[in-house]
Design a protein around this ligand. Sequence first.
Ligand code: PLP
Length: 400
Amino acid sequence: MPFLSDTLARVKPSPTIAVSTKARELKAAGKDVIGLGAGEPDFDTPQNIKDAAKAAIDRGETKYTAVDGLPELKAAICAKFKADNGLDYAPAQVTVGTGGKQVLYNALMATLNPGDEVIIPAPYWVSYPDMVLLAGGTPVIVEGGAETGYRITPEALEAAITPKTKWFIFNSPSNPTGAGYTRAQLKALTDVLMRHPHVWVMSDDMYEKLTYGDFEFCTPAEVEPGLYDRTLTCNGVSKAYCMTGWRIGYAAGPAGLIKAMGTLQSQSTSNPCSIAQWAALEALTGPQDFIASNNAVFQRRRDMVVDMLNAADGITCPVPEGAFYVYPSIAGCIGKTSAGGAKIVDDEAFATALLEEKGVAVVFGAAFGGSPAFRISYATSDDLLKEACTRIQDFCASLT
Ligand SMILES: Cc1ncc(COP(=O)(O)O)c(C=O)c1O
């Protein structure tokens, strides 16, 4: 009898974490490596948020809380949805978990039966397909290629829907591409969903506040109120508030679904960290001005990286609307050979050779279901980004 479960055999470890680990190992071995794999802001958590956590400890807020979130935090989340998205949710329609990841996982675990299909646009955040598999469902990948700016078309969504479709996962701005859907582009997708009342929508709005220029964020339940009763709107404090380590995410949706997710959480992790919840309350209700100043830095870096990558031989890099990733196509590099003798047969070969020959760690596109390309996280210093892009230009110039 095998010791490990069949469930585990269905999933693979996160490739983005694998890249960061490899870059760290090479660095520890004395190699000059620039890691561009991390999916977290390089800015520290704002001081008022840290102070709120310290005050919570001093007040003795160190006990179990309500399983799916403090009432004070839920009230702040309701206010956030109203103010930012025009969405009315009561506290019983809100759940708080240990990061956005747990919230998404709870929703899938609470709803998927064997054979249920989940539509996932590609390139996708690495965890979606594996979470679906863990929950016993079947991921159905819909390609959003470089020619559509890494967005799926309404026709492709329509074609992917079957009687077994339970969820459509939507993520804008996207990890890994940074692509954001305009209101009109999203409306075209929600029009399709309105024709299929059995399909639920899981909107992962994790990068809502990280958008640049005149791009305006929008979310499905707001764009199409007819979807409100079958949409789970997910968000969290990890990215916008520089709180990846604190592990607080949240979602709002129909009360029955929220209750089921709470039941699951009550028998797995119970409440998210009490102290982190008080910190998240301060994040949502305290000063928000640092977000704009962080975004100005991100936008400057995005523009520099896109310009430098587009100047590299064989690379084409679209300008993303949000998040802190760029997703250049390397179609022009495929079939070439590196100075070190590596055959660039695909994006994994490109990323491996780039790391070994130039010490730049990026995540290859196949990990996100979108090839041939790679993802750069620009949540690192301007100097490191400039050096990394120079090395990528040198690497591309050396390909023959
Ligand atoms: C698209 C997307 N959703 C959800 C998450 C999970 O966020 P958290 O760290 O709050 O679990 C991430 C983190 O990388 C993400 O990129």
